[in-house]
Design a protein around this ligand. Sequence first.
Ligand code: PEP
Ligand code: MN
Length: 339
Amino acid sequence: MWRPILFVLLKSEPDAKKTAALLGWLQMMGFNVQTHHNEEATVLELTGDNASLDVAMLRALDIVAEVRPDWVGEKPAPPYSQPDGIVAAGGVKFGGGDLQLIAGPCAVESWRQLSCIAQSVKAAGATLLRGGAFKPRTSPYAFQGLAKEGIKLLLAAKELTGLPVVSEITELSQLPLFENIDVIQVGARNMQNFELLKELGRVGKPILLKRGAANTIKELLLSAEYILAGGNEQVILCERGIRTFESYTKNTLDLSAVPALKALSPLPVLVDPSHGTGRAALVTPLALAAVAAGADGLLIEVHNSPECALCDGEQAITPDEFRSLAHSARDIWPYRYRY
Ligand code: PEP
Ligand code: MN
């Protein structure tokens, strides 16, 4: 896991005053310190940015027995768990060896629209249904989503198809509405809404965290850390394109984020080629490239009538196109790069 962590094992029966001084100093350095005691030892678990920490100096303190980045199976194991990289959501598992395909419209527009798309993506092999009820739009005059009514329709589509559902939260006060939503999406614009992330750290539900258009891989991981630090280990990362000088595409899909995130973290990684390109014609090729690169799943915008979509129609593929995408993605899946 890319989580700057150090475990500081104290010598047995460490001096209380020196221990308190060490704790104070570490906290002053900006670390979050959790103390674990068991019969054999006291272990300080540090999370935070350890770039400026002088580990040699820490090791030299007379109450410190050892400093290590991980426990690697040694005793005494602190009561600490790393995310195992598998996120269960409404009967499906991200990172559990199966390809997860989240498909559906950018925005829930009506029951007629959603029920039609939901049934066709299910028949085409989607494993989860998406639909935005709260839409963070660049223009205040653009369709803002059906809000509460949109969530109601999405839950009705869940009932109709049996597919678990994914929807985006844009504000803390909406949280009660998400009680029966299987995966809560935090969109690119809210990747650094730290108060929202902290609150989602206290929710017992999977969080799909999208990378901000102008955020680095490290910043994405630090945002994930906000959720993990609150105790919610069900975090799914999503690459959705970043802003570059290229203007032919809406964003530049950074597929290097897949191997990078896989190397740095055990969390499942999804790719969203819809927002990553903004062009329907580019969605399938990049979706397949993402699967080949070892992504755990895809997030694809599908609309039964893209030219009439109230949101992101230019990047929506049709149910038929999605069927063929899903088919090819599953063909490639056994040959994907494995981490
Ligand atoms: C979306 O998934 O519809 C969305 C708004 O995505 P992003 O936050 O990546 O722009
Ligand atoms: Mn969209």
